[in-house]
Ligand binder design. Structure first.
Ligand code: SAH
Length: 220
């Protein structure tokens, strides 16, 4: 192992310790964070920042989410939906999808920027990460693969996207930040028959979910 790899591994362990101190205790989540090399999802010239607890630009005005945010969302999902098929909206760098895959889910992911989609798909295949991804408007879900046991939206939505609710399996659970353009409340929606139960958590700041069921944008 090269020295720098050793250093990165050390930094990864420290990141996991920080998450523990922030109250993340789910062992499946923590193990996935130890296993997935976050620096591989970073631009090459920024690898040194990969284990800071912060978001980072990945191009196209988008960001890889902060580790703490990824950990909270993964924990909320794992507690309510321990296994099965999960749909992620907003592939971005691919890191969150890789964490879900490492936790044992069967992962599907949709990205609206073709450049990000292509980069993530290449990375998944190079690293042998089994995530099926596609380019498109994820606010409409992935109807051919529905229903999903879990849905995770990694961009801030202005409201609950109807098509995503309809693509939840019975007892399925969606983790989604909902609110204004500048800050959103983490929301968990669980389906029981035709009823949807909601739980509300802290405020976060996400890049906007754009598209049919999101904010308006002409960029696709
Ligand atoms: N999960 C990503 C976070 C990326 S930021 C990661 O781990 O790196 C949110 C992503 O959502 C961005 O890449 C953005 O382009 C994407 N996005 C926003 N609206 C979308 C939509 N309607 N469909 C698919 N992707 C969308």
């Amino acid at each position: 192992m090269k020295q720098s790899e050793k250093l990165l591994e050390q930094r990864r362990r420290e990141m996991v310790e920080t998450l523990r101190q922030y109250g993340i205790s789910n062992s499946r989540v923590l193990e996935a964070f130890l296993r997935v090399k976050r620096h591989l999802f970073f631009p090459e010239d920024a690898v040194g920042c990969a284990y800071n607890d912060s978001a980072y630009p990945i191009g196209f005005s988008q960001t890889i989410s902060q580790p703490y945010t990824v950990a909270i969302m993964s924990t909320l999902l794992a507690e309510r939906c321990p296994g099965g098929k999960v749909l992620e909206i907003g592939t971005g760098s691919g890191y969150q999808a890789a964490i879900l895959e490492a936790m044992g889910y069967q992962v599907f992911s949709v990205e609206r920027f073709v450049g990000l989609y292509e980069r993530a798909e290449k990375l998944f295949s190079r690293l042998g990460i089994r995530v099926l991804c596609r380019h498109g408007d994820g606010s409409l879900g992935w109807i051919e693969e529905a229903p999903f046991d879990g849905i995770m939206v990694t961009a801030g939505a202005p409201r609950e996207p109807r098509p995503l609710m309809q693509q939840l399996a019975e007892k399925g659970c969606m983790v989604i930040p909902i609110g204004g353009y500048d800050s959103q409340q983490m929301t968990v929606i669980q389906r029981e028959g035709d009823e949807f139960h909601r739980e509300l958590f802290q405020q976060f700041v996400f890049v906007p979910l754009v598209g049919n069921e999101g904010w308006e944008s002409r960029v696709f």
